[in-house]
Structure formats: C-alpha cells, structure tokens
Design a binder for this molecule. Structure first.
Ligand SMILES: [Zn+2]
Length: 398
C-alpha cells in the first residue's frame, strides 16, 4: 500500500482483537502486507501465546482460494487484577483479558483508614483471589484500580479528593504494587489508577454501547461523579478533573463533604438523601441504605430520590447541551425509576430539543461491577495497544 508505513505485529493483533480482520487473508487485505510478512508477524504473536487458531474451523478467504483458519486473541494467556474502592466497601476480582470474571470478592475497606492500610489489605485480597481462580502471580499482566476521586493521569495520584481524606497526592501505584508483590511473591506489574465514574463509563460503553461515540455515565451513590467516553476513549480533561459534577454549586445552603456549601452532592447524592431520611425519622446512613429503601418501595425514599433526580437533571441539561451524547447512563445507588423520572423531567425541560432528540437515558447494565470491568479493560487496552506490543514482545524474547 503506497504512502502507508508497514503494519506492525501490534497492529495485526489490534485487527484480530477488534474482529475487523480474523484470517491471514483478511489481514493481508487490511494491511497490504505480503502473505510472508503477515506470517512472520503472526508467528511472533503465536510464540508469545497471545494468538491462537479459532475453534470455529476454516472460513472462506476474502482473497479467494483455500478456506482460512480464523485467528483469535487468547484471552486466558494472562489475567488482570482489578479493584473498585468505594468509601466504605470495595470489590476486587481476577479477570480474563476479555473481561470475564474468574474470581471476585467484596467486603469492607474504609477509605478513611488511609491508603497505606487500604492498599496493603487489597494486596492480601489479590493473593486470595488468584488462589481461588487457580492462576499464579506469574500470569498477572497488570492491575487496574478505580477510586472515588479525581486522578492525575501522569502520576496516577488522586488530586484533592473531596471524599478521600489522607489520600491527596499519595503514591497509589507504588503502594499497591508493593502490597501485591509482598502478598503474592509475583514480579512487579503495571498498575493503572483512574476515577471510578470514568472506569464505569468505559466498562459500560465498551461492553454495551461500543458504537456510541459520545457516552456519558453519571454515578450517584454516596457522592456524584460523571465519566465521559468520546470516540472510544475516556475524556479526562487537562488535570483529570473532567466530569466531577458533584461539586457544582446549585445554590442550596447544605454543607458538602468537601467543605463548601451548596454543592450538587450536598443536596442530591445518596448521602444527602440518607441524611434527609434520617431527619424525617427513617434511619439511613449511606447511599446503599437508600438503595435498600428504594428497592422496598419506601414512599419517602421514593419521593426524595425523584427530587434528587430533578436536581441532577438540571445540571445534566448543561452537560448534554455541551456534549450532545448518544447515551446518558445513570448508575449508582440511586439509579432507579424514581431518580430517572426526576432526571428526565428537568433534562427535557431545560436542554435544547436538538441535544436530546437522539439521546437515550438509560440505567446501568453492568451494575456494581461496571468499575471493576472498566478497570480491567483499561489495563488490557494499555498493555495490548499497538504502540506497546513491540516492546513487550521483545521483552518476551520473540
Ligand atoms: Zn462539594
């Protein structure tokens, strides 16, 4: 192909993984490489154990001639570890490279105990999960971590997190890597850290809405945050602060956990609804308590969730006008019919019809696992990106 540099092994892998070209003939056609060159590059991927021949048998070749064997990414040649931290509980898992859960654990881990203790304990969880899944530490290719605060992409550190006291600027990657090595005896692996709403959005977009080029997810649990996926990539902004809509001032006088007054999260989060219920004589300590009350159809919880939805919908009218997304997904403890009804009431009233004409307002598909699955996918996309494949193949000696 004139005017095009030759496709690398990483680019061939990308074509196979995405399903755009899954036979030798299709790869030749997609890249313009000769049959021999495609063969050489595929051999390296086979020797690394990353590719295998598909179980489906031969299919017709686009170039004619003999039917071709299909190729597929071997999603079990390595595993990923992922964890999603919330303010009072955590979820961790061993995942295949295709995002399939191989072992999972949930339990109490309190953010306020600080990163040293929380991440140390997480290292122990990972060791137990690997044993349960029947995979050794040598098979782990990376770790993904979702946290409920803004993350600086370059340093992997959280930046002035309103609901993570003691975590500001802490070296999360270093601590988690150390804890993982101490507990498993495995070699150090890459650790990627991102905001939970970002990773939930990524996981949901990739698995449920892969063709949606502008996707917004709003997480409403103890706090409120949004994740934006544009053109298949997480949009983080300049400092990782994109989507932190929970601390937009909406003019109320309630004090927020961030110390300011009048934040959206102070009036419309799961925490805020829990506080109002408690004041009304219905004890609720957190967003998850509110979720339980909503599931039971509690009338006051239902009314307050709808009101919270209206507050959030008002802010989302601006978000939708700015980004014109195809999907707006509501996730978290409050995501249910009353809250969604409130969101729709204000959103369609305040946003321009043109911004909402093709907008789907939906609830989460992956539920509580969205952040975990997104964290795993982020690690896989990072490690198997064409730009990184060459150096990793060389490190493997193939
Ligand atoms: Zn605030």
């Amino acid at each position: 192909m004139a005017g095009r540099s030759q496709a690398s092994a990483g680019e061939l892998l990308e074509l196979v993984r995405s399903g755009r070209a899954t036979t030798r003939g299709a790869l030749q056609q997609a890249t313009g490489l000769s049959r021999a060159t495609v063969g050489q590059r595929l051999d390296r991927l086979f020797r690394a154990g990353w590719l295998r021949e598909g179980a489906g048998g031969p299919v017709d070749s686009p170039l004619g001639g003999r039917p071709s064997i299909t190729l597929e990414f071997d999603a079990l040649h390595a595993v990923v570890l992922a964890a999603d931290l919330d303010t009072r509980h955590a979820r961790a898992a061993v995942l295949s490279l295709a995002g399939e859960l191989l072992a999972e654990r949930t339990g109490t881990l309190v953010i306020e105990d600080g990163p040293e203790s929380v991440l140390g304990e997480l290292g122990g969880w990972f060791a137990g999960l690997l044993a349960e899944a029947g995979h050794g530490a040598a098979e782990v290719c990376g770790i993904g971590l979702a946290v409920p605060g803004p993350v600086d992409r370059v340093t992997g550190r959280v930046v002035q997190p309103p609901i993570m006291p003691g975590w500001d600027g802490y070296d999360l990657r270093g601590r988690l890597s150390r804890a993982y090595t101490e507990h498993t005896g495995g070699p150090a692996v890459p650790v990627l850290v991102d905001n939970d709403a970002n990773l939930m959005a990524y996981g949901e977009q990739r698995t449920g809405h892969p063709d949606c080029s502008a996707f917004v997810l709003v997480k409403v649990s103890t706090g409120i945050g949004a994740g934006v996926v544009v053109g298949g990539s997480i949009y983080r902004g300049i400092d990782g602060g994109a989507g932190d809509i929970g601390h937009i001032r909406v003019g109320a006088d309630a004090q927020c956990r961030c110390g300011s007054y009048g934040c959206l999260a102070a009036v419309a989060s799961g925490g805020a609804v829990a506080r109002r219920l408690t004041e009304a004589g219905v004890p609720a300590a957190s967003g998850s308590d509110v979720r339980d009350l909503l599931a039971a159809g509690h009338p006051e919880a239902t009314a307050l969730a709808r009101e919270a939805g209206r507050r959030v919908g008002d802010v989302l009218a601006t978000v939708v006008t700015l980004l014109n997304p195809g999907v707006l997904m509501i996730a978290g403890d409050l995501a249910g019919t009353p809250f969604l009804t409130g969101v729709r009431e204000l959103l369609y009233q305040r946003a321009l019809p043109r911004s909402t004409a093709h907008l789907d307002v939906v609830t989460s598909r992956l539920g509580e696992r969205a952040g975990l699955i997104g964290a795993g996918m982020l690690v896989v996309e990072y490690l198997y990106a064409p730009a990184r494949v060459e150096e990793r193949l060389l490190a493997l000696g193939v």
